[in-house]
Design a protein around this ligand. Structure first.
Ligand SMILES: [Zn+2]
Length: 309
């Protein structure tokens, strides 16, 4: 990005100082070569601006490139997360209802894959109500989220939630039967660090649930927005799981946790450790990848179906 373009974006973010941006390697395969997918994306609901999205030429992972450094995001999120989120009684009750319902449906779905009682971690848990159905069943649960207002609310109501960024979480090694990351891995600064910490925390055969934006709900122009540092499709979700030792057993767009988040996709994996990690390296080379053209055609198709809606 040109200096003047960066300045414009920083102005939009209300960040006063000039910051450097640098090109990033693919977070999945480490490849440096990327190709531009979109230059202008959505900055907010009605503003579009330059913030390029690239596709990895090796595996097809889609991500914001260039990006600011860690320090910048730390400053930015400190300001953002420090802001009091306006929570009306109506919005709180609605969020609680939705989170509980999502948790209930997830437990119902996972029932046959899990022990009757176990230990669970929810990364990016908001108020933490998704864990409630598990807690009610006698599970040990813990969750984290960087938004203070949500965490305070959950804690006030007895939920085991900590206000911390996922990269900084301290979880007991080899202690979790289930880890869920529902729509958070796209927003964190360092997805690999978060996955590494999850891997340390999971027990052998433990389950990881990833949920991410799948199909756009409107034209692609709106799909790419500034708060998503990366975009997972089915293939890259599975690659991310395998990189850290989980063997995916289901990747689906079926609304497993109900209708509240239309268009998302899920990937479920079971932790097998080094056996799966060993296979990972050869996978992309042997064809578990999407090309730049695959991604372009996918976006074209999404654009086409969203016009017919
Ligand atoms: Zn890649």
């Amino acid at each position: 990005m040109k200096k003047i373009e960066i300045k414009k974006y920083l102005n939009f973010l209300n960040m006063k100082e000039m910051e450097k941006m640098s090109l990033k390697k693919c977070e999945i395969c480490g490849n440096k070569e990327t190709q531009l997918l979109r230059k202008k994306i959505s900055w907010n609901n009605n503003k579009y601006g330059i913030l390029p999205v690239h596709c990895c030429s090796n595996c097809g992972f889609v991500f914001q490139n260039p990006r600011f450094n860690k320090n910048f995001y730390f400053k930015y999120y400190q300001g953002l997360y420090g802001q009091k989120v306006i929570m009306t009684k109506h919005s709180i009750l609605n969020t609680i209802k939705t989170q509980r319902q999502r948790g209930k449906l997830l437990l119902k779905f996972l029932d046959e894959y899990l022990p009757k009682k176990g230990s669970m971690l929810d990364v990016g848990c908001s108020m933490g109500y998704m864990m409630k159905p598990f807690l009610d069943r006698g599970w040990k649960c813990e969750g984290n989220d960087p938004f203070q207002s949500y965490v305070n609310y959950g804690r006030k109501h007895g939920l085991p939630v900590k206000c911390i960024q996922a990269e900084d979480m301290l979880i007991k090694k080899n202690s979790k039967d289930l880890i869920i990351i529902m729509g958070s891995l796209e927003h964190v600064f360092d997805a690999n660090m978060v996955m590494k910490k999850c891997e340390e925390a999971i027990k052998k055969n433990g389950i990881l649930v990833l949920e991410a934006r799948g199909d756009p709900l409107g034209p692609i122009k709106k799909f790419f927005n500034q708060s998503h540092h990366r975009y997972f499709f089915g293939n890259t979700m599975e690659l991310m799981m395998r990189k850290y030792g989980w063997e995916p057993f289901l990747t689906t767009k079926f609304p497993i946790t109900g209708p509240s988040r239309p268009g998302t996709q899920f990937c479920f994996g079971r932790y097998k450790g080094s056996k799966v990690k060993r296979q990972y390296k050869g996978l992309i080379k042997n064809g578990k990848r999407e090309t730049y053209l695959d991604i372009i055609y996918k976006l074209k198709y999404y654009d086409k179906i969203s016009k017919n809606k």
